[in-house]
Design a protein around this ligand. Structure first.
Ligand SMILES: *Cc1c(COP(=O)(O)O)cnc(C)c1O
Length: 367
């Protein structure tokens, strides 16, 4: 059944993309303006595609204020492959454990993969609190001997997000920023490796961004399978084999939008903060009809996860929401009765305002 109004897309991933990007993508499927060829039929070895990668890299460097010692790699395999590629590269053969924070579903996926490769110490776990909160700096005692410290900046499933940078500055800090990279400024100088697949906040699925310091790159072991060797990818400047041309091109369109239309990460953050504040305020003023999951200090700006005081009402809410044009609100399959509204960069304030009206109305009718 067609929707009378444009759909409001709160999908957790692949997430919403900006309208101008979708329009330009539609055009690119027929013909890229600069080449006259469709995006799905252009060689990755063409000078045009080299320029796409170079422009995407330059925009990322400028948006993030990236130190020149970082390599910018466009890889495949999703963030899940990074859960393995990281310990294969930096933990194998080590006797002191790497420090991992267990703050939710995704960090929980990264830890067993690391354990296959070497010793791991879970420096903090949110499991006793059902992953509703994150460690405050004083609760953490990161090891001074760890080969690296790994955490997830925004737990997409539970909706908890770090609003500070955990860990020690003298231990290489690695971060999975899959669901919040480019949503706000970040001090990349404090990191050695940052990774994020595109499909939450940066573009379509198929490409994974890895930002890695040159001095770290130089410590990868020799004789790794080439596709798992960051050094090979850096030497080949992300064209070691056929990269996901389409996904990288659409990511470039998103980067242009962020830079030229939005005006950079500080402006993006201001927009995102307002969206999140609007929605949390609606939930907080519902007299307990809606129950936000995360501790107020650790609420995610990107993924707002909440329960209904009566969880049996969740299917009704989701059905009515769908009819009213709100999509992607179902909670992750690990939290089946929760509702999750993902407020990625491309979700406009008007969609959040409309959702808040819907939620207030729903509570009036069922409260
Ligand atoms: C979605 C998600 C992943 C998994 O990414 P894939 O690209 O599906 O492998 C990993 N980490 C975080 C924080 C995520 O949100």
């Amino acid at each position: 059944m067609p929707c009378p109004t444009p759909p409001h897309n709160f999908s957790a991933g692949p997430g919403a993309l900006p309208d101008p990007v979708l329009l330009a993508t539609q055009q690119a499927l027929r013909e890229i303006p600069e080449t006259g060829l469709p995006i799905l039929g252009i060689s990755h070895r063409s000078p045009w595609f080299r320029n796409v990668l170079d422009e995407a890299e330059q925009l990322l460097r400028s948006l993030l204020g990236l130190h020149p010692s970082f390599h910018v790699l466009f890889l495949q395999g999703g963030s899940t492959l990074q859960f393995s590629q990281i310990p294969i590269s930096f933990l194998r053969g080590h006797t002191s454990p790497a420090d991992y924070l267990h703050t939710g579903y995704w960090s929980g996926k990264s830890i067993p993969e690391a354990r296959r490769e070497g010793p791991v110490r879970v420096a903090w776990s949110g499991e006793p609190h059902a992953f509703r909160s994150l460690p405050n700096p004083s609760e953490l005692s990161p090891s001074p001997n760890a080969p690296y410290f790994h955490y997830v900046s925004n737990e997409t499933v539970e909706g908890v997000q770090f609003h500070h940078t955990p860990g020690r500055d003298d231990i290489p800090r690695f971060c999975d920023m899959s669901s919040d990279l480019l949503s706000a400024p970040v001090d990349t100088s404090r990191f050695s490796l940052i990774y994020a697949h595109a499909q939450k906040n940066l573009g379509p699925s198929g490409v994974t961004l890895v930002l890695i310091r040159d001095e770290l790159l130089q410590t990868t072991p020799p004789n790794l399978p080439s596709m798992l060797d960051y050094r090979r990818h850096a030497e080949a400047r992300s064209i070691y084999n056929t990269p996901p041309v389409f996904a990288i091109y659409v990511t470039l369109l998103v980067l242009r939008w962020l830079h030229h239309d939005i005006g950079g990460l500080a402006a993006m953050n201001a927009i995102n903060q307002t969206k999140a504040r609007t929605l949390y305020h609606t939930l907080d003023s519902s007299s307990g009809f809606y129950l936000p999951r995360a501790h107020p200090d650790h609420r995610s700006v990107m993924n707002v996860v909440f329960d209904l005081h009566d969880p049996n009402l969740s299917p009704t809410l989701l059905l009515q929401a769908q009819h009213a044009g709100f999509h992607g609100l179902e909670g992750h399959r690990s939290l089946p009765s929760s509702i999750r509204a993902s407020l990625y960069n491309a979700v406009p304030q008007s969609s959040v305002d409309a959702l808040c009206d819907f939620l207030r109305d729903f509570a009036r009718r069922h409260g």
